[in-house]
Write a protein that binds this ligand. Structure first.
Ligand code: FES
Length: 119
């Protein structure tokens, strides 16, 4: 993964509009990215963003479930690590890409194409 395909950040609005433990889909039309992006407000209070399409089949991860530090696919239940995008359970084998999320003022900023810095 590289940062060379990074796109301009997108303001998602006030962070307090994203309830903890839930996942939201941000459209590729809005970001310019090659996939929709699943934005998660995790139970640890952190915000995470992953490519929305499961690496196993073409299923939207934002229809899935936030389980501690993973996002679980709604189809076959592979659980993708929110920090790395790596599947921790089968049947998915390949990671999904992560994207950086920052807070500016009280707004959530999505950085499509910029991987999480702690990855
Ligand atoms: S489609 Fe996601 S695990 Fe199978």
């Amino acid at each position: 993964m590289s940062t060379t395909d990074a796109l301009p950040p997108l303001d998602l609005g006030p962070a307090d509009q994203f309830p903890e433990g839930e996942v939201f889909r941000v459209s590729a039309q809005d970001t310019g990215w090659s996939d929709d992006i699943a934005v998660v407000h995790a139970e640890d209070g952190g915000f995470y963003a992953l490519d929305d399409t499961c690496s196993h089949e073409a299923v939207s991860l934002s229809d899935g479930y936030v389980e501690e530090d993973t996002l679980e696919c709604p189809m076959h239940a592979s659980a993708f690590c929110l920090r790395t995008g790596v599947p921790e359970t089968l049947p998915a084998l390949r990671p999904v890409r992560t994207h950086q999320i920052t807070i500016s003022g009280d707004h959530l900023m999505l950085h499509p194409g910029t991987p999480r810095p702690d990855q």
